[in-house]
Design a binder for this molecule. Structure first.
Ligand SMILES: [Zn+2]
Ligand SMILES: [Zn+2]
Length: 572
């Protein structure tokens, strides 16, 4: 799958244009295309085959032509053209936080900075500080961020779970299709739904090792075979450049192997200790008494033999789950199919790619009972936020769609910016007409965020606080906020915190969600979908909730419509 590759090329074109100081609209167009291609959950080549490239938000005729060129020839002439005179070492400086293309353009043009060493030199000799818009303060900040950047570069690369799920599912689906394969299961941190994964482990139940390996290594998704043996083959996946290890396991050991390769390491160590006390040995082949295998076919069989309940993979971290499982006292976690609706979605009234009708139909595909439309509010001009009139028009459209569809309820919402003074973006008169209000901080990440959020939470019209930390995984740390204070206020005011399932947000994360739950707070898991394909990310959010040990009744969008209304009404 070439989605990530193509998205990367477009963002590099945008970066290069920005470094050259070119037209902002052109730059924005490439960035928009890059971000919507990155978010696709299907193979862009499939879309090309259906001749539907221009249906992707932000992809017009010109960009579509470039995608075709790349898919046909594996080259994009525009990329070569734009980057010819921009050094690679300059482009990579964009990975330093707070050093945008505008400043780099200036540094390059005025001081000839085109690599990291040169950049550090200019800060040392003070010429950086003299440039327009960059002073002593930003020099200090950039110097710190350079340190971060150098540290990050030294670390092992990890991949966002949401970025690898589509292709891994595709590969597993193909393997499952062979009649000599009975089961295919992911293992490792992928199965435990960790927000990032280092590599992918997949187990296949079969007795035909050779056939499985032959079919696996000839899949088009496989870029390179690192090593191939009878029981294990390691490959690199096309496009993502992530390593995947495939193991073929015979049925009597399948459960034992699954348990072993799912981890976590800490969990497994603890399990083996408990087995030892019972005079048993657990390894990847089974559970043994002396040398006789007494279990191994399924994980459930093994857990039961050791005197435990089945432990869901998401909580196998040795954080107390084993002790509880032995007392038959594990919490009942929210399930992936418990979700009855999605309350944070963007339509083409603001920066989403689809009409409200399309969003509603997609929600019906998911079997949802309700969907909330929550476009950006008027201050969010960068995301085409809605004026009062547009919001009114949207509400009218929702009224008429509600009359038309009798198997789903469409709720009127807004994602209101929380303004610098902590107030919401519309007057009471306007907010009154909505079913719910999601409050969100989209600017001023360092400016009184805690106070602003506290004030917003006291506002009777606010229902849900969106992406409460603002972090982007391995990209941006988020707001300067005292999250515990925010949680306390949310709890006091009976407000809902969001688990935003957008694949590079996952915000709240598992630790924060667990902490908030302990305080008695309830959550809404939302995809923040800007197009139809992003509805798929819901499972990522449920994964976070499960890793945080949350039960179903802590998640308001598992409630029936009638009960949900009771909750959101109380706030509004
Ligand atoms: Zn938002
Ligand atoms: Zn949003």
């Amino acid at each position: 799958m070439k989605n990530q590759e193509i998205a990367d090329i477009f963002s590099r074109i945008a970066d290069a244009l920005a470094l050259k100081g070119e037209n902002v609209f052109k730059i924005r167009a490439y960035r928009r295309a890059a971000s919507s291609i990155k978010d696709l959950s299907v193979d862009i080549e499939e879309i090309y085959k259906e001749d539907a490239l221009t249906d992707i938000p932000g992809v017009g005729e010109g960009i579509a032509k470039k995608i075709k060129e790349y898919l046909d020839t594996n080259k994009m002439s525009k990329y070569g053209e734009v980057t010819r005179d921009v050094p690679e070492s300059l482009l990579s400086l964009l990975n330093i936080r707070d050093l945008g293309p505008k400043s780099l353009h200036l540094l390059w043009r005025e001081l000839g900075v085109d690599n990291l060493i040169a950049l550090k030199e200019t800060i040392k000799d003070g010429s950086f500080q003299k440039l327009e818009g960059l002073g002593e303060k930003s020099a200090k900040k950039i110097l710190e961020n350079i340190k971060d950047y150098e540290e990050r570069m030294g670390k092992v690369k990890r991949f966002l779970l949401g970025g690898v799920i589509p292709i891994v599912n595709e590969i597993m689906g193909k393997l499952q299709g062979f009649d000599f394969v009975s089961r295919v299961t992911p293992a490792g941190s992928f199965r435990r739904m960790k927000e990032t994964v280092g590599d992918i482990d997949v187990l296949v139940e079969s007795r035909e090792n050779k056939k499985v390996m032959e079919e696996f290594t000839s899949l088009p998704e496989i870029k390179q075979v690192l090593e191939s043996g009878e029981t294990k083959t390691s490959v690199v996946i096309e496009g993502l450049n992530i390593q995947m290890d495939l193991r073929v396991i015979p049925p009597p050991s399948y459960g034992a192997a699954l348990l072993y390769f799912t981890g976590s390491k800490e969990h497994n160590v603890h399990i083996r200790k408990i087995a030892q006390k019972k005079g048993l040995k657990v390894n990847e082949y089974g559970v043994f008494r002396s040398n006789r295998r007494i279990a191994g076919k399924s994980e459930k069989e093994i857990f039961n033999l050791l005197g435990m309940q089945f432990i869901p993979p998401e909580i196998r971290e040795d954080r107390g789950e084993i002790e509880l499982a032995m007392k038959n006292n594990l919490p009942q976690l929210v399930n992936y199919d418990d979700i009855r609706g999605n309350l944070h979605t963007h339509s083409n009234y603001s920066d989403g790619g689809n009409s409200i009708r399309e969003l509603v139909e997609k929600a019906l595909d998911f079997g949802y009972e309700y969907i909330g439309i929550s476009d950006h509010s008027k201050t969010a001009s960068y995301a085409s936020g809605l004026s009062v009139d547009e919001l009114k028009r949207q509400c009218d459209e929702i009224d008429s769609l509600n009359k038309e569809f009798d198997n789903i309820v469409i709720l009127k919402g807004i994602e209101s910016d929380i303004l610098p003074d902590g107030s919401l973006d519309y007057d009471e008169e306007v907010l009154k007409t909505l079913d719910f209000v999601i409050g969100a901080i989209h600017s001023g990440f360092k400016k009184n965020v805690t106070e602003r959020m506290e004030k917003a939470l006291k506002n009777p019209y606010l229902t849900i606080l969106a992406h409460p930390t603002g972090r982007l995984i391995s990209k941006r740390e988020g707001y300067d906020v005292d999250l515990y204070k925010v949680m306390d206020m949310a709890n006091k005011q009976g407000k809902i915190l969001e688990i935003n399932a957008y694949y590079d947000r996952l915000d709240l994360n598992e630790d924060n969600a667990r902490e908030a739950y302990k305080r008695g707070i309830r959550f809404c898991i939302n995809t923040d979908a800007h197009n139809l394909r992003m509805f798929d990310w819901m499972n990522l959010g449920v994964g976070v909730a499960r890793r945080a040990w949350l039960p179903k009744d802590a998640i308001i969008n598992t409630y029936k419509h009638k009960d949900l209304i009771e909750i959101i009404k109380r706030n509004g």
